[in-house]
Design a binder for this molecule. Structure first.
Ligand code: HPA
Length: 252
């Protein structure tokens, strides 16, 4: 049995994790303030996990208002060392269609004005972390294995572009992101991923494609928000099955 706790950050469409055995909720505070929600602890696939709802319990926090530092610090302080972050995304690259699951391997950060480091020279001394490979290789591999075990075929690799939100992008912004090499677009991957790196956590993302990005595919003239919700709620059932497999293998 591993001693480290598996942390799961749930995004849009995954505000709670049903089926946690022995559920226990705990409010945690940190030097950076309150995390988005109380942490939920319980067993999933026989393994103890800690779950955090990134947007808050009632999905009320906009991406730029999330206290990412408090979220990551709270998970760390509860004993979490390995983290899987579930995030809905728009598909930019052709072939990344709604309903697909992706384990990205790179990030481009287009966000601004977010507290994006612990090492700001104020609370902690200035430090520069290596971020060449922004995701933890062993957690990425574990996610891909869990996908196969759950009968899924998550796409191995992809460049996640993090935008400011909460609005979706313009068609021209998506064209620029495509030229930059972004395959996926979401609003919360940064600074979450870099803070996890600074905190020494092994962090990877499970991205759930819920729409074609603005101006692409079926969404040439607009993105139907209602469809995003429908795709997301169907996909999250598969995600939860995958997380069960991940938790099971994490406990071994
Ligand atoms: N853009 C940004 N974030 C998203 C999208 C999108 O199209 N879909 C889901 N999250």
């Amino acid at each position: 049995m591993r001693l480290t706790l598996l942390g799961i950050i749930g995004g849009s469409g995954l505000d709670r994790l049903d089926g946690l055995e022995g559920l226990r909720r705990e409010r945690v505070s940190t030097p950076y303030g309150e995390p988005s929600s109380a942490l939920s602890f319980g067993r999933l696939g026989g393994t103890e996990v800690a779950f955090l709802a990134r947007h808050g319990d009632g999905h009320s926090l906009a991406p730029h208002r999330i206290n990412y530092r408090a979220n990551i610090r709270a998970l760390h302080d509860c004993g979490v060392r390995d983290v899987v972050a579930v995030a809905t995304v728009g598909g930019i690259r052709e072939g990344l269609a709604p309903g697909m699951l992706v384990v990205p391997d790179q990030i481009i950060d287009y966000t601004h004005g977010r507290e994006s480091t612990f090492f700001d020279g104020v609370a902690q001394p200035l430090e520069h972390v290596d971020f060449t490979q922004p995701f933890c290789a062993s957690m990425r591999a574990a996610l891909l294995r869990a996908g196969a075990a759950a009968g899924e075929r998550p796409c191995d690799g992809g460049v996640y572009g993090a935008t400011q939100g909460p609005r979706l992008e313009t068609a021209a912004e998506i064209r620029r992101m495509a030229r930059d090499g972004a395959d996926l677009v979401g609003m919360t991957g940064m600074p979450e991923a870099v803070l996890a790196r600074e905190m020494g956590l092994c962090y990877a993302m499970l991205a759930v494609v819920v729409n074609a990005a603005a101006g692409t595919g079926d969404n040439l003239n607009g993105v139907a928000i209602g469809e995003i919700r429908a795709v997301s709620s169907a996909a999250m059932k598969r995600v939860v099955a995958m997380l069960g497999m991940l938790a099971q293998s994490h406990g071994r």
